[in-house]
Write a protein that binds this ligand. Structure first.
Ligand SMILES: [Zn+2]
Length: 134
């Protein structure tokens, strides 16, 4: 068995239904937002604990092998639940409790947790933040 290092302990998910946030890459509404523990070491070497949000975008993540399974599950849930703001929560919660969803979520989170930010995307996001768009 492999060690659990780097594995999220608590993940908060938010599915669309009430104003999903825009994708930071393409600005389309995201399919899922995962808030998960994230830590790093500062310049003095101390470990800093925090939270990180990762978004799953149907367009931007379509070619990502780590997101493939999760995209399929989430897309199926959303298709079954309908695209209205009052999509049946029971359908979504049943699918989200499935082992397949949990396995795909962990695969995706493991991949995104180890990705470094793209300096160009970071600069663009900072520009948007300074312009008051975020
Ligand atoms: Zn996107």
């Amino acid at each position: 068995m492999t060690p659990d290092t780097g594995r999220p302990t608590t993940v908060t998910l938010r599915l669309p239904g009430s104003a999903p946030p825009p994708c930071p890459r393409c600005r389309a509404p995201v399919l899922l937002v995962a808030r998960h523990p994230h830590s790093w070491h500062n310049r003095s070497g101390a470990r800093v604990e925090g939270l990180r949000e990762s978004v799953l975008c149907g367009d931007c993540d379509a070619g990502d092998p780590a997101a493939e399974g999760l995209l399929a599950v989430v897309s199926a849930v959303l298709a079954e639940a309908g695209d209205g703001a009052d999509a049946p929560a029971a359908v979504a919660s049943e699918a989200l409790a499935s082992g397949a969803f949990a396995a795909h979520l962990e695969t995706w989170l493991t991949a995104v947790r180890h990705r470094a930010p793209d300096p160009a995307a970071l600069a663009a996001e900072e520009a948007r933040w300074r312009a008051g768009e975020l």
